[in-house]
Design a protein. Structure first.
Length: 313
């Protein structure tokens, strides 16, 4: 198979042996692989693949057709359209997925949309619904809302019945995020638009103090991204106590299979039906062939995009 590989901080497409599915696993012919911030960090050596995943083939978000099934794999058959969040190895013509980490591709979704769906919608759903316990009628603030997870979070907040506010730095992208279901504001001075019951932090440390200032009593701050302004911040513990607030963080890639499987089943039940009705969509900013993976990474890092960058093996 052909695969994107990391060699001395560079991306090189080369031939690798075809993987073979073990017990409970699927061999997936990859039709689309979404790019994510974790891939950018892995290329720089800052986010190694978890044990059991290819250490030098990036890609944690894929969609494709089942090409073969391993022993005791029963959820899917050869030819089924599936998508998944995996530990790595997704930016290749073939990838291994445990059947419990795979989800069916909703009817009507093309390959680029399917390839850009599983990581961002699973991450956003887990952060908002499973961790922050977002309720109908609550006020949600999504920072960095033009990216993949941000556009997913805005839409999930809307279908959950929340009042969604989103910060978007690029003026030209604000109308498009607004169409997804949010009141869109500039990042500067966002605290003046509170109070918010839930804040989804995708930018980083610089927002933390104002997040707490903008938080309602019993509010929750969920941190799932720091690429914009870094990881280190000070927090006023008296303010935290006074508002009876919660601050928590999360990642998805490194979780054990059992926890990923739970998150996937919840997405299957609570999220995927909304794609069937058209209530949810996957904005795709651009697609690139596997041989143009480096250009895809550069487009991702350049910012100023709405939604996902997707490789098409």
């Amino acid at each position: 198979m052909r695969a994107v590989t990391i060699q001395d901080g560079r991306l090189v497409v080369e031939q690798r042996p075809d993987p073979e599915p073990a017990r409970g696993e699927l061999l997936v012919r990859v039709r689309a692989a979404g790019l994510n911030g974790a891939d950018m960090l892995q290329v720089r050596g800052a986010y190694p693949a978890p044990p059991g995943s290819p250490p030098d083939i990036p890609g944690m978000e894929i969609a494709g057709e089942v090409a073969a099934v391993g022993p005791d794999a029963e959820r899917f058959e050869v030819g089924d359209r599936v998508m998944a969040v995996i530990g790595g190895g997704g930016q290749a013509e073939l990838a291994i997925v445990h059947e419990r980490a795979a989800m069916p591709v909703p009817e009507g979704l093309d390959w680029p949309q399917a390839g850009g769906l599983p990581e961002v919608f699973t991450t956003a759903h887990d952060a908002l619904c499973s961790q922050a316990d977002l309720r109908p009628g609550e006020r949600l603030l999504v920072h960095g809302a033009a990216g993949g997870v941000g556009t997913a979070a805005v839409q999930l907040g809307r279908v959950a019945g929340a009042q969604v506010t989103a910060t978007v730095r690029s003026e030209e992208l604000r109308p498009q995020v607004e169409q997804l279901g949010a009141r869109v504001i500039a990042p500067e001075g966002f605290a003046e638009h509170g109070p918010f019951d839930v804040v989804l932090e995708l930018v980083g440390a610089a927002n933390l103090a104002d997040n707490l200032k903008a938080l309602a009593t019993d509010g929750r701050i969920t941190v799932i991204g720091i690429a914009g302004t870094g990881p280190v911040a000070e927090i006023n513990l008296l303010a935290l106590m006074g508002k009876r607030a919660r601050v928590h963080g999360s990642t998805l890639r490194s979780r054990p299979l059992e926890e990923k499987a739970i998150a996937m089943r919840l997405v299957e039940k609570e999220v995927l039906p909304h794609f069937e009705t058209g209530a949810l969509t996957v904005p795709v900013a651009a697609t690139f062939d596997l041989d143009d993976a480096e250009a895809g990474y550069e487009r991702f890092q350049a910012g100023g995009k709405l939604g996902k960058i997707v490789l098409l093996p």
